[in-house]
Design a protein around this ligand. Structure first.
Ligand SMILES: Cc1cc2nc3c(=O)[nH]c(=O)nc-3n(C[C@H](O)[C@H](O)[C@H](O)COP(=O)(O)O)c2cc1C
Length: 148
């Protein structure tokens, strides 16, 4: 799978007043009407637990300049505090955090969860979406790239 290029996103949630967020490369667009996306979240992830508990998640599509955020939210660099004080963000209409300056974002309501091995396939109905700007961050061959 390392040879399959994939966009890199942050899946975020909010539970008991705290933010959760994780880097993910498994986001897929599934349906136009209704607008549905899916993301595979590992069973042990604290973000997955918050998404399933609260029934909502946001997606921030990262830019090439946000590689460090991808590392931090994958546990590969200093962790981010539960209020994301050290991570530029804003709240979506649903009150869940979005990464500031991302290439595009989605606000989703969780509509289905399918167990799949050590991950859950979480299907979200997109309730709001918009474009930002910047070159997308792409994962390929275990490294980060962009389109040019
Ligand atoms: C580029 C990249 C892509 C990743 N994609 C996924 C993914 O699609 N699903 C997943 O469950 N974990 C993925 N991970 C691993 C999670 O980001 C990592 O386990 C994270 O620490 C989980 O955080 P949490 O327990 O705070 O939710 C990815 C990691 C990296 C670096």
């Amino acid at each position: 799978m390392a040879r399959l290029p994939a966009g890199v996103v942050v899946v975020s949630a909010r539970v008991a007043g705290e933010f959760r967020g994780m880097t993910a490369s498994s986001l897929v667009s599934i349906s136009v009407d209704p607008p549905l996306v899916l993301v595979g979240l590992e069973r042990e992830s604290t973000t997955r637990a918050a998404v399933v508990e609260t029934g909502a998640f946001n997606v921030s599509l990262l830019t090439r300049a946000q590689e460090f955020i991808a590392d931090r939210l994958a546990g590969r660099a200093p962790a981010i505090d539960p209020e994301w004080r050290s991570l530029p963000h804003r709240l979506g209409n649903n009150g869940l955090p979005l990464v500031e300056g991302c290439a595009a974002w989605l606000e989703c309501r969780l509509v289905q969860v399918h167990a799949a091995g050590d991950h859950d396939i979480c299907v979200g109905q997109v309730e709001a979406a918009a474009n930002g700007s910047g070159e997308p961050l792409i994962l390929w061959d275990r490294s980060f790239w962009t389109l040019r």
